[in-house]
Design a binder for this molecule. Structure first.
Ligand SMILES: [Zn+2]
Length: 264
């Protein structure tokens, strides 16, 4: 049986941040590596955390899948600066909702970016509409509630399954469909960008509170909740406080941080 895990590379939502307030939970935006038998076979999202893969000691497989939840900047900017893509060091297949080729060729090309991703022969783009198997992992998309639409992903590994819901505004009919998709998973990464007192001013922005995350974890019957998509203004100390509050609702709660590993 293979040895598989997820390594978190970035957990910040919306925009990267830097400074002494963000040393433990990091400033890089959303990206996680799927590592099987020592090789990174896929990334879930391509936020700025992606460019730290080498620094984290991750080795890329000859062929790598990049599974995007959606195309907002904080989920794609790492792809634009991925050395292995521009150099052709590995073949990359970008999966996502809608038309990843049309959207990324617009986002990563002049005048928004100095050079065009359309000219990279080692990149392919695939519309995703069902589960994909890669290196013994099954990656299954499901719809979440986020402006312009987005996916969450469930990753079923050799030992455990992990659901990742980076960007989702709770409180619509989609909640029950998401619950069906994530129920029975061992670990749930869930958007917790807002505190309850911040939510009213951000209706329609597509994010949840830690209370929403804890409720989803309890309803889905997962063993562990990992809060993610941290608000760009939320300091390490404030994230600790948020985790403490969330533990009052769902005991086994942590917050995502670069370097965190979750066994699959
Ligand atoms: Zn978004």
């Amino acid at each position: 049986m293979s040895n598989a895990h997820i390594t978190v590379l970035g957990a910040r939502g919306s925009i990267p941040v830097s400074g002494s307030r963000f040393t433990r939970y990091g400033g890089s935006t959303t990206c996680s590596a799927l590592v099987v038998d020592g090789a990174t076979v896929a990334f879930i999202d391509a936020g700025t955390g992606l460019i730290d893969a080498g620094l984290m000691g991750l080795e890329l497989a000859p062929s790598v899948g990049v599974f995007l939840t959606h195309y907002h900047w904080d989920h794609t900017q790492g792809l634009s600066m991925m050395d292995e893509m521009w150099s052709g060091a590995c073949d990359i297949c970008v999966w996502g909702p809608d038309d990843p080729q049309a959207i990324l060729e617009r986002a990563i090309s002049p005048p928004l970016f100095p050079v065009s991703i359309a000219e990279v022969p080692s990149v392919r783009f695939m519309h995703m509409d069902g589960p994909i198997e890669i290196a013994g992992l099954t990656i299954s998309p499901f719809d979440v509630n986020h402006p312009q639409g987005a996916f969450g992903y469930r990753i079923d590994g050799p030992n455990r399954s992990v659901a990742i819901v980076t960007d989702h505004e709770a409180g619509t009919g989609l909640d029950s469909e998401i619950l069906d998709a994530i129920s029975g998973s061992d670990v749930l990464f869930h958007d917790a960008q807002y505190l309850p007192r911040e939510a009213d001013a951000h209706i329609g922005w597509g994010h949840s509170t830690y209370v929403d995350a804890a409720r989803a974890a309890a309803a889905a019957g997962v063993n562990e909740l990992v809060l993610t998509s941290h608000n760009p203004d939320r300091s390490d100390v404030e994230i600790d406080e948020m985790v403490d509050s969330a533990r009052g609702l769902f005991r086994n709660t942590e917050a995502a941080r670069p370097g965190m590993e979750i066994v699959l």
